[in-house]
Design a protein around this ligand. Structure first.
Ligand code: GLU
Length: 457
């Protein structure tokens, strides 16, 4: 078989959303799986609804997710230009082919595609006018996902509007022919257009591509398809929030596809190896934000320290968390490494680590009531402060030993020191490991904070 050529053909009429990203991804995966070519084609013939800003969002989002295109805007290719707004002469050429073969005609200023078959006039109750019906045979589509689909076109349809603008069906098919597209992988919302497209391919004497219509993505709660307006629908939002692109990509793969062995988290090379169109589900997939967050956490957890610290630094930078004060590099690193196993996403980090970088942290009143309301926590804190003065801060184990000795000396449990100790140095009763917390803060901060807390508590 000749080389697979697939295309992702977005219309830049809105922000890039989960559904478009998944369509792009399935095309990209199929191209990579088969050693084929992934084409990016911009369907921007609708001048009023398209914008340059949306176009850049598409390029940025695809690039961020690692879906590099082999042909298309910016990279070129043998079948360009790859923006429909620049392909008018191609459409004129193909239009002339239809006109010359008697398959296009003018009526009411528009240009119509002519179906073959016996014609008769009928009154259409719904549209309240007489229309010409054509006795036509069904277009047969052996869809790689939907299976056998038959649909009959029985009315001619417009291919160039009276304002001279070519219609989606026409340019879409012309470009698939001109760009030698072998497989059309797109959203199920286009299944109903496919019979028109098949008629056009045949009229041009061109081979009909193999179709694969991907089921819809349902919104998280309630019925209905996920739209760009639904919460969590926009790709750039995840980028802004510091999600890892590899986690998002892995999650998107599972919206309608599965490797068949219950595995979920998988390296992209493995997904490429296993992905195939018949493996795509026929039923709709439901978007699940929690699952995405979980996937992101799983990827973050396994990042080597250096990379995690770099990602965290980028996120602090972008989100403005460094604006007031830029911490010492090695201190920042220690704080991030300590927090890595505790957070679900990078976006939690600035809040989670705030008290490391500023002495002005609030004290959680609930935690305070609970911890300071029983036993003699102030006495314990004074004992702790004394022990901290000569403690070894070089490792968690040394600090743990210090607390154990302290507790057994006074016939108490380590919790009697740990709970007020944590509250005093961080203002909260949750956080990273206690010994790690002390080690990273260091003797000076710990001592200063405990003393200040004792003075005010
Ligand atoms: N521009 C169309 C869309 O965004 C592409 C349809 C197709 O892939 O054929 O839905």
């Amino acid at each position: 078989m000749s080389q697979v050529r697939v295309r992702f053909a977005p219309s830049p009429t809105g922000f890039f959303h989960i559904g478009s990203a998944r369509t792009a991804l399935f095309n990209w995966l199929y191209a990579r799986h088969t050693g084929g070519v992934f084409v990016l084609r911009i369907e921007d013939t609708d001048k009023e609804r398209n914008s340059e800003a949306f176009l850049n969002v598409i390029y940025d989002s695809l690039t961020w997710m690692g879906m590099t295109w082999d042909e298309g805007p910016k990279v070129g290719g043998d079948y360009g230009p790859y923006r429909q707004s620049e392909r008018n002469d191609v459409y004129q050429h193909y239009l002339k082919l239809l006109q010359d073969s008697g398959r296009a005609y003018e009526k009411d200023g528009a240009i119509w595609f002519k179906l073959l078959g016996e014609r008769h006039e009928v009154f259409d109750e719904h549209r309240k006018k007489t229309v010409v019906k054509v006795k036509n045979t069904p277009a047969i589509i052996e869809d790689q996902i939907r299976g056998h689909v038959e649909r009959t076109e029985d009315e001619d349809f417009v291919i160039v509007r009276s304002d001279g603008n070519p219609v989606f069906h026409f340019v879409n098919v012309v470009d698939d022919i001109a760009m030698k597209i072998t497989h059309v992988i797109r959203g199920e919302d286009h299944l109903s257009n496919t019979s028109k497209h098949v008629e056009l391919f045949k009229a041009f004497g061109a081979p009909v591509p193999t179709y694969a219509h991907i089921p819809l993505i349902l919104k998280q709660n309630g019925p209905g398809k996920m739209s760009k307006r639904d919460q969590g629908a926009l790709i750039e939002e995840y980028q802004r929030r510091g999600y890892l692109p590899e986690a998002l990509v892995n999650f998107l793969c599972l919206l309608g596809w599965a490797p068949g062995d219950n595995r979920e988290k998988m390296p992209i090379e493995e997904i490429i190896r296993l992905f195939d169109l018949p493996g795509v589900n026929q039923s709709n997939a439901r978007f699940d934000e929690k699952k995405l967050a979980h996937m992101n956490m799983a990827y973050l957890l396994e990042k080597p320290a250096d990379e995690f610290v770099r990602l965290a630094g980028d996120y602090f930078e972008r989100s403005g968390a460094f604006a007031q004060n830029r911490p010492d590099e090695s201190y920042f690193r220690d704080v991030m490494v300590l927090s890595q196993p505790k957070i679900k996403g990078l976006e939690e980090l600035p809040g989670y680590t705030k008290y490391f970088f500023s002495d002005e942290y609030p004290v959680d009143p609930k935690a305070k009531d609970k911890i300071m309301g029983k036993g003699e926590p102030k006495v314990r804190l004074a004992e702790l402060a004394e022990a901290v003065k000569s403690a070894d801060f070089s490792s968690d184990a040394a600090l743990e030993q210090m607390i154990q000795v302290l507790a057994s000396t006074h016939g108490l449990s380590v919790g009697d020191y740990i709970h007020p100790g944590r509250l005093a140095v961080s203002g909260t009763n949750v956080g990273p490991s206690f010994y790690g917390l002390f080690r990273v803060l260091g003797r000076d901060r710990v001592l200063k904070r405990i003393e200040r807390f004792l003075a005010t508590a």
